[in-house]
Design a protein. Sequence first.
Length: 134
Amino acid sequence: MKLKINEIKIGSRIRQDTGDITSLKESIRKIGLIQPIIVNTKKELISGFRRLQACRQLGWDEIEVKMIKTEDDEVKKLDVEFHENLGRINLSPEEKQNYLETREKLLHPKTPLQKFYHWLKNLWDKIKALFSKQ
């Protein structure tokens, strides 16, 4: 379900600082919004403040939302916001590198001749390293 961004009400938040959302904006610009923000039936933002800000900065008029019923349960609203942010962990530098390498392989698969050249180059580098230690 989509809502007009200007209809979404933002009340008090646990997270006060959005931090740098440049990479989030770039991600949304490239592939779209993967996970909708969460609002209640009163169109109050429950979670997804950074995503909402990124989409707003991208000039979007509408955003995909998941609507949940919180009625007037302020504790439930607070718990949903807290738990959505609690379970996240950023990718490690190694995981990011693995992503980039895997993506490159998918975009530019090697031909058998390129694979052989790569294997031969690695072998040559190992041989040179053995002799340079002496």
